[in-house]
Design a protein around this ligand. Structure first.
Ligand code: NAG
Ligand code: NAG
Ligand code: NAG
Ligand code: NAG
Length: 545
């Protein structure tokens, strides 16, 4: 099967990548956060996975240095996401994030790892061995740790649903477990795995409009009673409402109260066709392009799945398909839930035997429209009654017309472009810096306050708040309360990521309900207090529009 997905462009901003709130970009590649509450390796790993990430993995000396420097801000060593099974054999050490073993790069102290000491590995941050790795007991030793999550997808319009560092795709096409998993993989993801009550609630609310009664999730059971997730993550959470292997070895989630209550899971047959949800880390660059025709469009020996909007072409386009393709080609178009999939054909030159049939649903057998060389209209939109459309192109099979180029090109899109729903990002506030003062980059929607709010802010403090959202959107900042010492302390709002940009306003004194809107996807807020006179400061929140 062939699947096409949007090419995700990274927007350039303050850094080449943007990180979820509380995380800092490291060498423009990783998003990391240091936790200074000592935990066992096991608990540290769980804490990171709840944030949608892993314990840090290190693949080169540059990252090792940067991570050592970050960890040095606290005195404890830090856990790495690495476990070994053989002493003095780095290649026996596997990274938790499945990036392989430590045989290619490692920074073990001489003679390490030593599994008699423990299977887990930590990074020393002090003294002459700073930057070196050592072995520690996974279950009893408590250390600091660094979690790593995928960078935030800056283009929220290709990732409308995000939760703790992952992007979710609710798909109303009904597929079997295997087909659904395959469709997700071709989209650089997997059928959704669920690891917490919060994530379960989030997934259970992804569908809107015509809410399906059941959706497929990536859980499976074996005869021996064990369970797995399709994406290989550990089965550390379940919300099974009714478990009966006779009903099937896969699981579906009820979205409305039915045999089990909404949000609960129930055993179901793996080959039942159901809507499903795919999940992949945010920022995943899934590099198949629908922008220009390539030779991979040449054959269609199975359905092609296309998401959101884009163009697709007849086989061999722009050359003729006659003599190149004689099998039917089918295309499954999916637009966001709540829209209708619509299609037009700016290029349409069919041979006189060929047809293109349009169906409202994947499972429909009766097309709502059949286009032929005699019957079509350039640039007319043909609209599906659902957010999916099945398109079947049947070229001539024998005695084909010749001597002319027969080809076509289709554009499809949602009937109404949905703005990303707010809140599209679940912000994990940094417990060490709830105000957001001087955080690297704050991604909409989020809250900012002066330090210590609603208590008095400190004297002689300067705080920068970099508010940001994805490329196509702007920032809407709402300041609920502002109370800063008049004429001495101030809050300044810039229509830019930098203090060289246009000043939208300077507030000094007491204000309420102030609203500011940026002209681009960045806004900078600077709060400054002098050496005397304090007040409660400010609180506000910002979103994308
Ligand atoms: C249960 O069965 C599966 C598949 O046959 C196997 O991979 C797994 O190791 C088994 N687990 C236990 C605990 O026996
Ligand atoms: C199809 O969708 C387009 C774009 O939303 C709209 O302009 C057109 O009126 C629709 N056509 C029909 C027949 O509903
Ligand atoms: C925030 O950053 C600014 C500019 O880099 C710096 O002057 C200020 O001291 C920082 N504030 C705090 C509280 O660290
Ligand atoms: C985001 O994705 C949309 C739809 O694919 C695209 O039109 C837009 O140019 C992208 N924006 C950025 C900043 O990459």
């Amino acid at each position: 099967m062939w699947f096409f997905v949007k090419f995700i462009l990274l927007v350039s901003g303050v850094s080449a990548i943007t990180c979820p709130n509380g995380f800092t970009a490291l060498n423009d590649k990783k998003c990391v956060q240091l936790f200074t509450t000592a935990a066992t390796h096991l608990n540290a790993g769980i804490a990171c996975s709840q944030l949608g990430g892993n314990l840090i993995s290190i693949q080169n000396a540059i990252d090792n240095n940067a991570i050592t420097q970050l960890a040095q801000t606290a005195s404890n060593p830090i856990w790495l996401g690495l476990k070994c099974t053989q002493s003095r054999t780095p290649s026996s050490c596997q990274w938790d994030d499945q990036s392989g073993n430590a045989g290619t790069y490692n920074s073990f102290s001489n003679g390490y790892p030593v599994i008699e000491v423990g299977n887990c590995v930590y990074l020393l941050t002090q003294g002459t061995l700073s930057g070196k790795w050592s072995s520690g007991d996974c279950g009893s030793t408590a250390l600091n740790y660094i979690c790593e999550v995928a960078p935030t997808d800056p283009n929220t319009s290709t990732c409308s649903f995000t939760y703790n560092g992952n992007c979710y795709f609710p798909l109303t096409s009904e597929l079997s477990q295997q087909e659904a998993q395959y469709a997700c993989q071709s989209n650089c993801g997997n059928l959704v795995s669920i690891h917490s009550t919060g994530e379960n609630d989030f997934v259970s609310k992804l569908f809107s409009g015509n809410i399906p009664t059941y959706i497929r999730i990536g859980a499976k059971s074996f005869d021996n009673g064990t369970h797995i997730w399709s994406d290989g993550t550990s089965f550390d959470y379940n919300n099974i409402g009714y478990d009966n292997i006779k009903l099937g070895q896969c699981y579906s989630m009820a979205l409305v109260n039915d045999i089990v209550n909404a949000g609960k899971w129930i055993s179901s047959k793996c080959d039942t066709a159901l809507p499903f949800v795919c999940k992949r880390p945010q920022g995943t660059q899934c590099t198949t392009s629908t922008v220009s025709p390539t030779s991979t469009y040449g054959q269609c020996n199975g359905p092609m799945f296309l998401d959101n909007s884009g163009s697709f072409y007849s086989p061999n386009y722009p050359q003729t398909y006659v003599g190149f393709q004689s099998q039917p080609c089918s295309y499954i178009l999916d637009t966001p839930v709540g829209t209708n999939a619509i299609i037009q054909f700016p290029v349409f030159q069919l041979d006189n035997q060929a047809s293109i049939a349009l169906y409202n649903r994947l499972e429909d057998t009766e097309p709502f429209q059949v286009l032929t060389s005699q019957f079509y209209s350039t640039n007319t939109w043909y609209n599906s009654s659902t957010n999916t459309m099945k398109v079947i192109f049947r070229p001539c099979t024998s005695n084909c017309q010749n001597g002319q180029t027969y080809n076509w090109r289709a554009n499809f899109q949602p009937s109404t472009i949905i703005q990303p729903t707010n809140p599209s990002v679940t912000v994990t506030p940094n417990p060490n810096n709830p105000s957001g003062c001087n955080a690297t980059l704050l991604i909409a929607p989020a809250q900012i306050t002066s330090p210590n709010y609603p208590s008095f802010y400190p004297n002689s403090i300067e705080c920068l708040y970099h508010l940001s959202t994805s490329g196509g959107y702007r920032i809407n900042l709402y300041l609920k309360n502002v109370d800063v010492e008049k004429n001495f302390d101030y809050l300044r709002i810039y229509d830019s990521a930098f203090q060289t940009g246009t000043v939208l306003d300077t507030l000094t004194g007491t204000y309420q309900d102030k609203i500011y809107q940026s002209t681009s996807n960045n806004m900078l807020v600077v709060f400054s207090s002098d050496s005397s006179g304090q007040s409660t400061g400010f609180t506000g929140n910002f979103g994308a529009f």
